[in-house]
Design a protein around this ligand. Structure first.
Ligand code: SIN
Length: 513
């Protein structure tokens, strides 16, 4: 196994690296602040690895709190003029960015596969998905209006204005390096906010490529800033974003544990928060389900991005009448359809896990379950012949409450199937966790569809459908899965303050309502 020593260099040799053979032939090994490509003040850098083989792809600046402050200042200065742009101007900028993102989709997908490890087809799907948020908010930008209210007293006018909150701080994850930035930056920029993006240390190059295209699209200096840091500096960078009074909203996608920490840190400046956190999604298959559909949905929802998504189905509950058949069909498709390898190679469906930390979590969970008596139908091991971070697709049954995997979010290619008797049993188990992001169920009984959709304690429900994400939907969770919604018209509301304006003594103002 290769060791990811965080090698910090203090000299800067290259500023661009060849990463694709297409139009976007080089990408920067620099951060993007105030319209300029810059290194960290102290010139430190850190390496970014390809998870397929542990090879270094390139280096990016290891920024710290003072670099972060500089980016926030730039975003704050830029906000003073960007807030004055018209909705039409912002819409045009987003449209230009969207066109460039589409034009360079193949390059972006290649960069994404190199740093994240997902297959090229999955990267292409992510780029399409991410781009759709920029397109959606280019359209939404012009549809936002305030309100004129009916005053309760005479000679008074009352208005509700929607104004951009200000600088938005984004802390984004490695599992969707492009789409999570697009889902946050789209609505923020449409609303008139400026932003500071801190991408995950594992996957900064996609973010930097997006910034390069935003610059080309004509966004003024300081509207979009991308700062980079590895895990070593992430805590101080995150702290600066959370505690800096110039940042008025934090949007974070990641674990519930980190989300809670950021929530606390944001209290000091009373920031608006948008948090998309852990999921631990239930996936329930009732006796009445179309089993082939349910298995197809399970494959997509469990193995997309090698199980590393917040909406991955994490706990399968299958009713006793179809349990054997579902398990058999699921196993058959896992064995015949998943092809692990280098995502850039033809035919590969799934890549490695992102890093050793993630691999260790998955390994430990499966080992603990098997040791305590779980039945292993396939997988359960690291496939070192493919590379250090490849974990075999795994299917477990006979999992009990004593096993760590019973309630934990796995974030890996491991499916755990439980058997249940009644609808009440399934709902009790599905809801018996402290989080509630997505949930799925399969049923052809229309009354059951309405009943269960209403009772499942999650923010999003897929009924007879395993892939539910799109720009039109309101993405977000309940309980400890977070706050706020991303996507849809609701996603933009996060970036507005509502200002109530009361104009008194306006003669005859209520004459005609
Ligand atoms: C996530 O895993 O955080 C996002 C997944 C999605 O948008 O579908």
């Amino acid at each position: 196994m290769f060791s990811r020593i965080l090698e910090v260099k203090h000299s800067f040799i290259r500023t661009t690296i060849p990463i694709t053979n297409r139009s976007m032939s080089t990408i920067k090994e620099l951060a993007f602040v105030n319209g300029k490509w810059i290194s960290a003040k102290n010139k430190a850098t850190f390496p970014v690895y390809n998870p397929v083989d542990g090879q270094i792809i390139g280096h990016v600046p290891e920024m710290d709190a003072s670099d972060t402050r500089e980016a926030i200042d730039a975003a704050h200065d830029s906000f003073q003029s960007y807030r004055k742009t018209t909705a039409k101007e912002r819409s045009d900028l987003l449209r230009s960015w969207y066109n460039l993102l589409v034009k360079h989709s193949e390059d972006l997908a290649t960069i994404l596969t190199k740093e994240n490890g997902k297959s090229l087809n999955e990267s292409r799907a992510e780029i399409r998905y991410g781009n759709s948020f920029i397109e959606w908010y280019a359209e939404e930008a012009r549809r936002v209006n305030g309100e004129v209210l009916q005053a309760p007293v005479r000679n008074r006018e009352m208005l509700l204005l929607k104004q951009p909150v200000g600088v938005a701080g984004f802390i984004t994850p490695w599992n969707f390096p492009q789409a999570m930035i697009a889902r946050k930056a789209g609505p923020a920029l449409a609303a008139g906010c400026t932003c500071v993006v801190k991408p995950a240390g594992d996957t900064p190059f996609t973010a930097l490529a997006m910034a390069e295209l935003a610059e080309k699209a004509g966004f003024p200096p300081g509207t979009i800033n991308v700062i980079t840091s590895s895990v070593t500096n992430s805590v101080e960078v995150g702290k600066e974003i959370c505690s800096n009074p110039k940042v008025r909203i934090l949007s974070f996608t990641g674990s519930t544990q980190v989300g809670k920490l950021l929530y606390k840190q944001c209290a000091s400046t009373m920031k608006r928060l948008s948090l998309e956190l852990g999921g631990n999604a239930p996936y329930v298959v009732f006796n009445s389900a179309d089993l082939d559909l349910a298995v197809a949905g399970a494959m997509a929802s469990k193995f997309r991005n090698t199980g590393q998504t917040c909406v991955s189905s994490n706990r399968f509950f299958v009713q006793e009448g179809v349990f054997e058949k579902f398990t058999e069909k699921f196993l058959e498709r896992i064995n015949s359809e998943i092809k692990l390898g280098d995502g850039l190679k033809e035919g590969v469906t799934n890549g490695p896990l992102i890093n050793e930390n993630q691999l260790q979590i998955v390994k430990d969970l499966v080992e603990d379950a098997v040791k305590k008596g779980a039945k292993l139908h396939c997988g359960g091991k690291v496939l070192e012949n493919l590379g250090p971070l490849f974990y075999a697709p795994t299917l477990l049954t006979d999992v009990t409450k004593e096993m760590d995997i019973y309630k934990r979010e796995i974030f890996g290619p491991v499916a755990v199937i439980h058997k249940f008797k009644s609808e009440d049993d399934a709902l009790r188990e599905a809801n018996d966790v402290n989080v509630g992001l997505a949930g799925y169920f399969y049923s052809r009984d229309i009354s059951q569809v309405f009943r269960v959709a209403r009772k499942m304690e999650v923010g999003m429900v897929g009924v007879n459908e395993g892939l539910i994400s799109c720009a039109e939907a309101a993405f977000g969770g309940i309980k400890e899965s977070g706050l706020g919604r991303e996507g849809s018209s609701h996603g933009m509301e996060e970036y507005f303050d509502i200002k109530y304006v009361c104009i008194g003594n306006v003669e005859n103002s209520n004459f005609i309502n």
